[in-house]
Design a protein around this ligand. Structure first.
Ligand code: SAM
Length: 331
């Protein structure tokens, strides 16, 4: 069987299996089985596969048919034109997250970004893409998962940014040692109840997907912390899931009434990135945290009601939720 015939047969097998780009995935899997580049593949379409090579390729196709993502099978994923090493300890970077990088780079044109913190870095794709485009910036990249940070470290070494990208383990902004100009995050935002129907959830880390009961718990938790870790005039960029715009913008508005909030849609016209720019010289959350003390519990936080919730209540709802605040801190 030639390369051309193997590709054609594999396309037929994978078609109709809820795979987004069957031709591309077949090509990536065949290249992985044969250990050849894309150019070699196209130059040698009539190359005759040995029985051993054929066997290796069909075993990969079988794994893909069983739902395992191609990126985990090959150990690679392209993001923002760069190749990243990935394994099942990290989320496979999604194309829509490139919008976060683009938005940050757009911001950098009008606003010097000397220090940046990426929260929940996973394989490091966002932080490393920024480090390569903004060579002057000092970047902190945090993750609660030590296993994810090991993957990020390999990618920092691969892309030569280890001298100015600091990998830190910890919860949200806790490990970031100083206020920064930009906080950027693609935190887990899948509703807990939807995880069971998500095919990739069988393979990708739950820690990278689970956004709690309404999908916004992790994002809201971060929002409550940014006031103390953003420099005056600093900016927060968040990736959000479909349908989360209203809840998150309303929540940010309660926390930062003077902040400027913008929403950026992705190529599918889904609201994907929310930016908050602090316009005041004084971190506003410092005031908000004081009002937590006056809060009377109202029951579980309801994202739909956030517009009606007082600033103190919104923060206290987080502080009182053990899943969002395992240490039981009040702020
Ligand atoms: C949706 S993934 C994003 C990974 C990567 N930034 C990307 O866009 O491909 C979310 C990441 O947040 C991390 N994470 C989850 N909870 C966290 C927390 N409380 N503090 C810091 N990171 C957290 C997960 O381990 C995971 O790597």
């Amino acid at each position: 069987m030639t390369i051309k015939q193997a590709l054609s047969r594999a396309r037929g097998i994978l078609a109709g299996n809820n795979i987004e780009d069957v031709p591309l995935e077949c090509e990536l899997l065949l290249r992985h089985a044969l250990k050849i580049s894309q150019t070699q593949l196209y130059l040698d379409l009539d190359y005759e596969l040995s029985p051993k090579q054929e066997d290796a390729f069909w075993r990969l196709i079988k794994r893909r048919l069983n739902g395992e993502p191609t990126a985990y099978i090959t150990g690679h994923r392209e993001f923002y034109g760069l190749d990243f090493y990935v394994d099942p300890h990290v989320l496979i970077p999604r194309p829509e997250s490139e919008l976060l990088v683009e938005t940050a780079l757009g911001l950098a044109q009008n606003h010097p970004l000397f220090t940046i913190a990426e929260i929940g870095t996973g394989c490091g794709a966002i932080a490393i893409s920024l480090a390569l485009s903004l060579p002057e910036a000092k970047i902190y990249a945090t993750d609660i998962s030590a296993a994810a940070l090991k993957v990020a470290l390999l990618n920092c070494q691969k892309h030569g940014v280890i001298d100015r990208l600091y990998l830190l383990q910890g919860d949200m902004l806790d490990p970031v040692p100083e206020p920064v100009d930009l906080i950027i995050a693609n935190l887990p935002y899948v509703e807990e109840s939807e995880l069971a129907q998500m095919s990739s959830a069988k393979f990708e880390p739950l820690l990278a997907l689970n956004g709690g009961s309404d999908g916004t718990e992790m994002i809201r938790k971060l929002c409550c912390q940014v006031g103390s870790k953003l420099r005056p005039g600093g900016c927060l960029l968040l990736e959000i899931g479909q349908g989360q715009r209203r809840a998150i913008t309303a929540f940010l508005h309660t926390l930062f009434p003077n902040g400027e909030i913008k929403v950026v849609p992705d190529l599918s016209s889904i609201d994907r990135v929310i930016s908050l720019s602090l316009t005041t010289s004084k971190p506003e959350l410092a005031n908000a945290q004081l009002s937590v003390q006056d809060y009377e519990p109202e029951g579980p936080f309801d994202a739909k009601k956030v517009g009606e919730t007082s600033r103190g209540a919104a923060i206290a709802a987080i502080a009182n939720n053990p899943r969002q605040n395992p240490q039981g801190n009040k702020g």
